[in-house]
Design a protein around this ligand. Sequence first.
Ligand SMILES: *Cc1c(COP(=O)(O)O)cnc(C)c1O
Length: 433
Amino acid sequence: MNATRSKALWKRAQEKIPGGVNSPVRAWKAVGKSPRFISRGKGAYLFDVDRKRLLDFVASWGPLILGHAHPKIVASLKRTLEKGTTFGAPTPGEVELAEFVCKRVPSIEKLRLVSSGTEATMSAIRLARAFTGRSKIIKFDGCYHGHVDGLLVRAGSGPATLALPDSPGVPASFTAETVVAPFNDVAAVEAAFGQYTSTIAAVIVEPVCGNMGVIPPLTEFLPALREATARHGALLIFDEVISGFRLSTGGAQELYGISPDITCLGKILGGGLPLGAFGGRREIMDLLAPEGPVYQAGTLSGNPLAVAAGLATLRELSRSGVYAELEGKGKKLQEGLEAILDQHRLSGVVNRVGSMLTLFFGVDRVQNAADARCCDRDRFARFFHGMLKRGVYFPPSPFEAAFISLAHGRRELEKALQAFEVWARREGKGTPR
Ligand SMILES: *Cc1c(COP(=O)(O)O)cnc(C)c1O
C-alpha cells in the first residue's frame, strides 16, 4: 500500500505539532504505523490524500450520524456563512436549537451552549457543586468526560492506551475531589456514598460507555444511580456527548427511562462543527451567570455555523424510522461479525447499543474497564490494518466505538463483513469450522 503523501505530511506534522496530531488518538499509537491524512469525505466514505477510498466507521468519533458532507448540512452552512460567522450576540438559531433540545430531551428544561464536550462536562460539574454546596464527584473507571483536570482519572480510551491514568500536569489536589468506581458496580457506588457521606455533589456517568469501547449498562445500574443520588442529595449527570441523538432523539435517558438532573451533549449536537451543551432542571440551570452566581462563558459559544449544522442534523434525525433503521444496520453488522468470529474460531465479543459497537478480541464478556483491558490488543492491531488494507477504516484503538451512520447502506455493511471474513480466515489460520 503506498501512502506516499500521508507519510510526507506525517513527517512535516511531527515537526510542528506535538505527536503530529491535534488530538492523541489520531496518531494510531494503539495500532502502529502512521495515520492517513484525509482530504475529503462523502457519505460513508473518506478519501485520503493518496486518493484511497476508505469506508468510514470512525465518523469523526461520533458526530457524523448522517455521514460526510450531507447535502442538508452543507446547504444550511452555506446559507448561514453568507451572513457572517460570529457576532458575540444572541442569534435566532440558538433559541431554536435550545427549544428543539428541550422538546426532545424532557429532563432538560434549560440549557447552555458551549463549544466542546469538555466544556460541557466541566461546566456541569461546577454547577453541580454550586447547587449542592458539596465538592466530591463520583466517576467511573474507563468513562471519559473530556480532558477536564479533575476528571482525568481513569479516563478511558486515550489515557488507557497511552498508559496515562493520571496525566502529568494535573496536581493531585485537583483530582482529590474525584472518587472512582467500576462501571456497572452498584455496590461500589453505595460504598463511595457511605465513605463520603454528604460531600458527594454528583455522580457523572456515560449511560452507555463509548470510551473504553462500547459497554452497555446492566439493567439495574442506571436506576440504582438515580435512586442513590436522590437518596443522598447528590445530582446525577449523564454525559451523553456520544449517546445523545445517537441512540434515540432523547438519548440514552429515553432508551433506559432515567431522568438525570444534568445532561451533557456534544458530538452529534453540532453536526460536525464544534458545539456542546449542558442542561437540566430549571432551578439548577438558573444558578448560571448572568441569572445566578456561577460563572461560565465563551466567545464563540452558540456559534451560528455550529448551530446551523446542529439544527440541520437534528431535523434529519426527527424523521420517523431513523433510529429503527440505525438499529437494523447495527444488528446486521454485529451478527455478521459474530458469525465470522465463530466460523473461524476466533474468540471475542461484540458489544453494541444501536449504531455504536466495539469488537473485543480474546474475551467473552466486557462489562467494565477491567474486562475491557483484558482484550487482545495485538490481534486488534492486526484486525485494524487488515481491514484498512481492504479499504475499511475502523477506529485505530481497541477501546473505541465504531459508529454506523445513515449513509451506511447494505452495500457498505456487506463490504465491511467481506473484508472481515478475508482477514478472519487468515487470522484463524484457515481452519474454519
Ligand atoms: C468526546 C467526549 C467528550 C469530550 O468532548 P470534546 O468535544 O472532545 O471535548 C466528553 N464526554 C464523552 C462521553 C465523550 O465521548
